[in-house]
Write a protein that binds this ligand. Sequence first.
Ligand code: ATP
Length: 349
Amino acid sequence: MSEFDLLRLDGVTRRFAGHAALADLNLDIRRHEFIALLGPSGCGKSTALNCLAGLLPLSGGSIWLDERRLDTLPPERRGFGMVFQNYALFPHLSVRRNIAFGLQMRRLPREEIRRRTDEAIRLVRLDEHAAKLPGQLSGGQQQRVAIARAVVVSPSLVLMDEPLSNLDAKLRLEMRTEIRRLHQRLGLTTVYVTHDQEEALSLADRLVVLRDGRVQQIGTPEELHTRPANPHVADFMGFRNLLRARARAEHVAGDQVRIRIEDQTFSGTAMSPVNPGDDIIAAARPEDLTPAEDGLRCVVEVVEYQGREMAVEARTGGGLLLHLRTTARLAPEDPIGLTFKNLLIYKAT
Ligand code: ATP
């Protein structure tokens, strides 16, 4: 493996017909880190990955592996492994030969190819399927072949573009654990593209949240989960309730802010400086709304059964739609009072 300490993306920019699909991405990736690029469709995730892989030339900026400039090298000289959403296996080659392919291209001795291919097959638990063609495997097994093929060459960096999105929900969970296990066991450095925040939070050491080609926040899962930098990130991190309100004059010391929503006042935590009278956006997760007798008066509209809890939509007298998760047994048209356990406050821009 070509060892390195730091992979640096310095102002990486990619434009298509003048429009920046990726603008000024600055990111330091340390060896052994698992980085997730996260954001909605069209935010520039795949563009970033393809720039790293060398499949797309940059319109600006540079990429460095320690002191070595990478963005001027063709893909095959970067020493990266790639795993795509559609597996991209050779359909006429057996599992074994698909996995051995990269080693053969490197013209390694036959004994070494056999040994490393065997290891990789065992690693992804495909021992019993090594002689089969990809078409004879399930989706999850095919994705394991693709992963084995990417890691067998001991790449300095593994790039994965939505590798689990073609799998059903149960398999996705299993493969997620498998990917994390391989990452740790092989001491890989991984950059993983997904639009699934849960997947990103569970896999990555650090997440990069993108929107319209621009970084919104870089942080650990916990940082993003508890302190999203702006309402867009909050929205993406599951704060489904984004309410416009105004900061009240009696706004308290420190980061505590009082706000009024319809006929009630609530307090929340300011994520950036907020002054009395400012228009703000208050963000709350469905699980942080709780029924309370003297809370915001609402009427239940929709109740969805989700096992132990219910996902409920309720509307305030003023017409705001609120999302909550609760164990309370509610039915459409029930009147209910709601309060917030954890409210994040952002200045509206
Ligand atoms: P998805 O999750 O849907 O794959 P993404 O976040 O990976 O989305 P990109 O594929 O990186 O998004 O695309 C970012 C923007 O760049 C989009 O607006 C897209 O239309 C545009 N774009 C990407 N590739 C090209 C191209 N080859 N030519 C022109 N525009 C492109």
